[in-house]
Design a protein around this ligand. Structure first.
Ligand code: URA
Length: 237
């Protein structure tokens, strides 16, 4: 594996910062300074130090969150060559894949891992893991419409389970309203179809939480590795 990729993947620093440090002579391989970011590393036998600190060998499994921008497909590859979420995590191991999916135009928290067992358990409906979305919809849904969403509503793929729906803000002219929606199912286009069923189409949709994981202020298009505390909490679910 390339030296810069090996260090960046260990989570010690961003790829750009790693490259700069290598070029500045702050990285050693088996005690010798290496100035070439692409220097090949044997991940099993080489001892790498970054700014004086040993780089832990790659853990077998990687877990990260991306703040997905709208306009990217959640798929590993697209035969029509459209932008995919994989384009945003390019420097990471190829074994990585998205856990679940967000629609093309949906943005926000998307998990990636190469731990198939973890992905399977996280997606399994029996866990009923809560996901929180922020959404902006056309018009001003009335209380009766919101109540229908809370109780469960029929969409083409079935009836949704009860949801938590909170009105956050309405534009003064009544043209749009912002909601926070908490669901624990993953029906296709669920939030969009729920609002459509009460006559209000979604303008913008952003996932901000999955279980204990919060998107926080991660900039759009950026990713970060999950902390070990976040991973172990998810494992307990
Ligand atoms: N609900 C939707 O409508 N779209 C998503 O991407 C996720 C939840």
């Amino acid at each position: 594996m390339r030296l810069e990729k090996y260090i960046a993947t260990s989570g010690i620093a961003s790829r750009r910062a790693v490259k700069k440090s290598i070029q500045a002579g702050l990285v050693t391989v088996n005690g010798e300074s290496v100035l070439v970011p692409g220097h090949p590393i044997n991940v099993e036998t080489d001892a790498v130090e970054f700014e004086g600190k040993p780089v832990e060998p790659l853990t077998e499994h990687i877990y990260l969150m991306l703040n997905k921008p709208p306009g990217y497909l959640t798929t590993r590859s697209d035969e029509r060559g459209r932008p995919t979420v994989m384009n945003l995590v390019r420097e990471l191991p190829e074994s990585l894949y998205p856990v679940g999916r967000l629609d093309l135009e949906t943005e926000g928290l998307l998990l990636f891992t190469n731990d198939g067992d973890f992905a399977y358990r996280l997606l399994h409906p029996s866990h009923e893991i809560e996901k929180t979305y922020l959404t902006w919809v056309h018009g001003a849904p009335n209380d009766a419409a919101i109540q229908r969403l809370r109780e469960g509503i029929t969409i083409p793929s079935g009836t949704t389970a009860p949801a938590k729906v909170k009105r956050l803000k309405a534009s003064k002219d009544g043209a749009s309203t912002q909601f926070e929606v908490v669901i624990h199912e993953g029906k296709k286009r669920q939030v969009r179809l729920m609002f459509k069923a009460v006559g209000h189409s979604v303008i913008r949709l952003k996932r901000i939480r999955i279980g204990n994981l919060r998107l926080g202020n991660l900039p759009q298009g950026q990713y970060r590795l999950l902390t070990s505390a976040e991973i172990s909490e998810l494992m307990l679910l």
